[in-house]
Design a protein around this ligand. Structure first.
Ligand code: PGA
Length: 250
């Protein structure tokens, strides 16, 4: 049974394990979609959300959840990877969620990692989010270095969608998905911290003991540029869904 508590301004759900965390977070999204079928979802990639997406797929297949009217915006994309590249985030979203549910793919937005005009692509992404009415519920992971999306330590609270250079830590962490570290793109396009903070609701999902220091700093230390996730304390509807390992430092 998950334990619920409040840490400062943030609701924290501490689950027994990754499976329970996946179910808890999937339920939050499913409930939001049921209440507002044309929900605008903010989605994340990486190892952590895969189990949550599996739960959402199961609900969709069992007729408990309808994605047809929903639209989605992803947090980030690697610069230089095509949508067909098996490590691009567009490919990740297709294979881990979109291909398996009744979502209208023309309403799923991922930044274009091959754009020739980065400023314009980023500006249009921001405009498009606004045109859709803003993001209703944003899913986030957290990097072991405290990053959210690809907003690495040092990212400004006012940052918007832009190109960023990845830190060595992130490149190393993400190299597990590539043949070797040299294959990991060095740059990415990412929503900014200000973009993320405009979402009406934020759900941060973190599992595993390698996240516990970042989670603890985000929740218990003062907001600082060094830990981008620490700014989430300033959001008035933010939930952290953790497994026991990620919550180990609390
Ligand atoms: P992970 O990445 O889910 O692969 O650990 C999370 C993140 O870097 O935000």
């Amino acid at each position: 049974m998950a334990e619920r508590k409040r840490v400062g301004n943030i609701d924290v759900i501490i689950c027994e394990d990754e499976i329970e965390a996946a179910k808890e977070s999937a339920n939050i999204f499913a409930e939001a979609i049921r209440q507002k079928p044309n929900l605008v979802l903010g989605l994340a990639t990486g190892g952590t959300p895969v189990s949550m997406y599996k739960e959402l797929i199961k609900m969709n297949k069992e007729g408990e959840l309808d994605f047809f009217h929903a639209s989605t915006f992803n947090l980030d994309e690697y610069v230089g990877l095509s949508p067909e590249h098996d490590q691009s985030y567009r490919y990740f979203m297709n294979t881990n969620l979109f291909d398996h549910v009744n979502i209208d793919k023309s309403k799923t937005y991922v930044l274009d990692g091959l754009t020739k005009d980065i400023d314009r692509t980023c500006r249009e992404y921001e405009d498009f989010i606004k045109k859709q009415g803003g993001i209703d519920v944003q899913l986030l992971g957290i990097g072991a270095n405290g990053h959210i999306a690809f907003n690495e330590p040092g990212s400004s609270k006012d940052s918007r969608t832009r190109e960023v250079v990845l830190t060595e830590k992130t490149i190393k962490d993400n190299s597990r998905f590539f043949e070797d570290e040299s294959q990991v793109p060095r740059k990415a396009l990412t929503m900014g911290i200000a973009t993320i903070m405009e979402a009406r609701k934020i759900v941060l999902l973190a599992t595993g003991s390698n996240k516990k220091d970042a989670v603890k700093k985000a929740l218990q230390e003062a907001s600082s540029l060094e830990v981008p996730a620490s700014f989430l304390k300033e959001h008035d509807d933010c939930i952290f869904v953790l497994d026991k390992d990620a919550a180990g430092g609390l």
